[in-house]
Design a protein around this ligand. Sequence first.
Ligand code: RB5
Length: 149
Amino acid sequence: MFDKSLEIPIGSDHGGFDLKQFLVEKLHTEGYNIKDLGTGSIESVDYPDFIHPVAKLIQDGKNKFGIIICGSGQGASMTANKYPNVRAGLCWDVEQARLTRLHNNANIISLPGRFVSFDLALEMVKTFLNTEFEGGRHILRINKISKTL
Ligand code: RB5
């Protein structure tokens, strides 16, 4: 069971703004400690400006999990995965959200704001937060991710 006292940073660009607002409100109402790092409107912005701050908190061990959103989820995950301690998983259904925790020990969930419903996104986030890493053979595999050739 996820410890709801843990702070969860969330960041998005304009493409993820509406979904972010929904998630912030719903998760807050359900007792999660969600910290909104922007963006603050649907005005066009550059997604790295709002994704780097979330990724940096995870990189530095200040927070255990984060949520990032852009229109497709692609640019957001590409940005976050530049940080060696970050494993950002792009998710579009509940099983993907479960597997990216279970097998990849993802610490950030990346959501495609323009391609998933609000309710599905909420379900994905809750599944992500409440799924434990399976460990075992997957430890070796995630340790190999940063070993580029
Ligand atoms: C913004 O229009 C869009 O490019 C951005 O939200 C994201 O999808 C990029 O990967």
